[in-house]
Design a protein around this ligand. Sequence first.
Ligand SMILES: Nc1ncnc2c1ncn2[C@@H]1O[C@H](COP(=O)(O)OP(=O)(O)OP(=O)(O)O)[C@@H](O)[C@H]1O
Ligand SMILES: [Mg+2]
Length: 410
Amino acid sequence: MSRILIASDSADLRGKVATAAGAPVSVIAGTALPAGPPQLFQRLGAGAPIPQVVVIDTSTGLDDALGLSSRLSAECPGMAVVLVTDQPDALALSALRAGACDVVHPEAEVPEFAEILRRATQVAAASAPQNLADGAGSGNGDSRGRVISVVSPKGGVGKTTVATNLAVGLARSAPHSTVLVDLDVQFGDVASALNLDPEHTLLDVVRGPAVQDSMVLKTFLTQHQTGLYTVCAPASPAEADDVTSADVARLLQTLASEFRYVVVDTAPGLDDHALAAIDQADELVLMTSLDVPGVRGLRKEMTVLRDLAIAVDKRHILVNFADPRSGLTKADAEATIGASLDLVLPRSKAVPVSVNQGLPLLQSDTRDPMTKQLRKLVDRFTPAPMRPAPTAAPVTVGGRHRLRRKRVKA
Ligand SMILES: Nc1ncnc2c1ncn2[C@@H]1O[C@H](COP(=O)(O)OP(=O)(O)OP(=O)(O)O)[C@@H](O)[C@H]1O
Ligand SMILES: [Mg+2]
């Protein structure tokens, strides 16, 4: 099987392309053209080779063909598009603007098709990223990005608020290099916090064609206007069971090979998905509210992680909802947790407003004490030579790859 795909209703044309390719080609025929890369990969099915050259017959619909060409060119590095049209000269400029590398008449002879396919294959090879991390993200010489998981023992302490702001803040410092994954699989609200209407969700990226190739996976992500990529939670809580911890581990590893920063929002507690997110984390953001049950809960969670011998390179302990009138001080919290707090986030009226608007504080740049603290959080993950290194306390064992689990207690 060649890595050439022909989208055409014409058996003649399909046959000619296969003959010119000198090997069987993948075929999409019979119905309307796929709207974009995810639909194209879904039509091809899991296991089909990822095409290097896509030949689109414009007679199935010129606008759709140009639209598909534009999206393939923009979203699929390492893929070249050839348009087939009975008016190659008239279409040349539109084809160029739609990112196609060539246009050809359907009546062209097989040798001409063969030459066009050969050139298109070269164009595709030349545009293929050496290392996909360079295209999307890391570009820092280190081929693997950092997985930052935001966790808490209790619900409603501000994980989603922090995860979305951190991700937006990182995306603004390094556009197209950050992905946010909503691992609150049942009731995740990242999409709402970012005012997104995702076409694809977590289920689509752990199943089907997205699993086999990181470039395909990227086309299933939802893009936010800041350049942040997101994997939103499934629409229905019932679908949560279909996502296993092995799926989560594989997804986070793949994303870390593509993006500089992989921020993970989780459900409260230590369910399987949260544990997988912790397992894969290079850095852990541990959160609690500044109240007695919250602080005690965090101490318990840290004890459990220690017992499980789960550890990461760095941890960042955050308390949220700090309020001078609560009667609980930073020192009280530190004494209970047995560790120093890395950041204290104030209770702020600006937060619910931003959540309700789907506009994170670090996107709107609202002047507020919470915004200031969130910027400090982002600074802990971005390189800044003039800034002192984060004071994250060292943990028992280092690194995701060095993660050891001595014994696992339920
Ligand atoms: N510093 C803050 N000041 C005021 N309100 C806040 C603050 N942080 C979060 N909130 C509000 O608290 C609520 C819970 O926040 P968020 O959804 O971020 O918590 P969560 O830990 O993700 O919750 P869950 O565990 O249910 O997923 C939201 O309505 C949010 O607007
Ligand atoms: Mg949440």
